[in-house]
Design a binder for this molecule. Sequence first.
Ligand code: ISL
Length: 571
Amino acid sequence: TKDAPWWTRAVVYQVYPRSFADSDGNGIGDLPGILGHLDHLAELGADVVWLSPIYTSPQDDNGYDISDYRAVDPVFGTLEDLDRLVEALHERGMKLVMDLVVNHTSDEHPWFVESRDPASPKRGWYWWRPARDGMAAGAPGAEPTNWRSFFGGPTWELDERSGEYYLHLFSRKQPDLNWENPQVRDAVYEMMRWWLDRGVDGFRMDVINLISKDTALPDGAVTDGLFGDGGPYYVCGPRIHEFLAEMHKAVFADRPGTLLTVGEMPGVTVEQARDFTDPGRKEVDMVFQFEHVGLDHGPGGKFDVRPLRLRDLKASLGRWQAGLADVGWNSLYWDNHDQPRVVSRFGDDGELRRESATMLATVLHLHRGTPYVYQGEELGMTNAHFTRFDQYRDIETLNHVTAAKTVGTGTDEDLLAGIAAMSRDNARTPMQWDDSPHAGFTTGIPWIEVNQNYREINAAQQRADPGSVFHYYRALITLRHRDPVVALGDFTMLLPDHEHVYAFTRRLDGTELLVLGNFSGDVQDVELGQAWPLGAPADALVLANYPAGDAPSPDGRLRLRPWEARVYRWD
Ligand code: ISL
């Protein structure tokens, strides 16, 4: 266990800079704002900060559209601020992981601006294609493929200058780089080395499993009459492993083993993730997979939300635990800047908010893998509960609303209900620091409304309250830091068919952890049977989100209170 990489014991905290803390009153969070709140992160026990993009950007997708990879956008501060942040984190024993967005650039990046000229040497840095055979450029359906973009509409945009189209899997302001071109790859690797030389500790790689496309660019199977699914031709495409191995060699191979790489990989399977994270293959340390955050999507997509069935969640996460048990490593997350708040999504954000937020944290953090905490999750922050369209800012949400209104099916009420449940803006309302106006996030007008519940839910109040969600997260993180069974123990799922209780054990060198979580607002009875050993010590309860209740009976019967979580440990 001494040989295990450091990140098996680490907890990563994600900062979405736009919504974290605003130091200059322009309503947008910034780097000095983060510098002013490092105590919060240190007290929580975070080991690593993953910083969402702060690079120069037109902000079409809140910074995931980069126009200069080596500069800080003035809305976030300066390069010196970034250097100061790295230094300040290192002084406290924390690391900084940057967001690496290299599947695409902004259309305002100089590479793309040059590339618009068909005679430019940069033409081949992006995916330029003429209209479909026999069709006029710009005619309906003349796009080179029928693929639907992640943010709605076609993945191709016509450029008047050459009469050709460019590929964009995301917004039209996010043209896809052509990774087939070795110059593109070299330019990216050089930029990555530049950041590592500056002292940053690794990268979270945005949609990195989409960088290799099938160069034949075939049409996708048509799903809704208009567009096809291009996924089979770019999700984990033909050269993806080659590119990641090459990147590893060019960027990480000669550096110390103190860095962290995590690849964000929508659509990745367990089998593929094993290969991506197999240390012997030298690709990435871990990946973000999406299976468990798709279980409540209906046939109509993410905004067509349906209730989570706990058995599905257990089956999914259990398969990932088993699949990466001997080779590879899991990332563990409920929330990030693209997902609704977990306490609203899978818990209860009303009366039993504290209980459900802490139960969800317990179950997640005690799986085998590296846990990620998204800003505000450690306070049990809730969905935005917006009730009007004009409160939303996110491009994906706004495009969805426009498209739905154009088609004209469904009522405004249904549409508002869908986005209230699933919009990415749920995660993007400002961090709730205290009960002063705008939750202490800004002295100006915040770029997106502060959640109205900030007087009840805020960091100042929770840091002062030992019974808070914040202090429970601290306890969980401390447990991971101190106890090797949390980082490295084998995982065994219990009660896979129970509809409301999540239960599993972790085992390492004769130490055992038993984790129980009630995913419901009702009392639940469970029968642990053999999983509860005869003679388990009375002091075996090491963490719980209720005052100690009745211990399990000798034959392993146990009653859990609404959203109760318990962790037992014995040697
Ligand atoms: O949030 C999503 C839609 O529900 C996902 O499909 C998301 O777009 C996908 O996970 C990729 O996310 C990443 O790349 C996007 C950016 O908008 C997201 O914020 C980022 O996390 C494009 O760079």
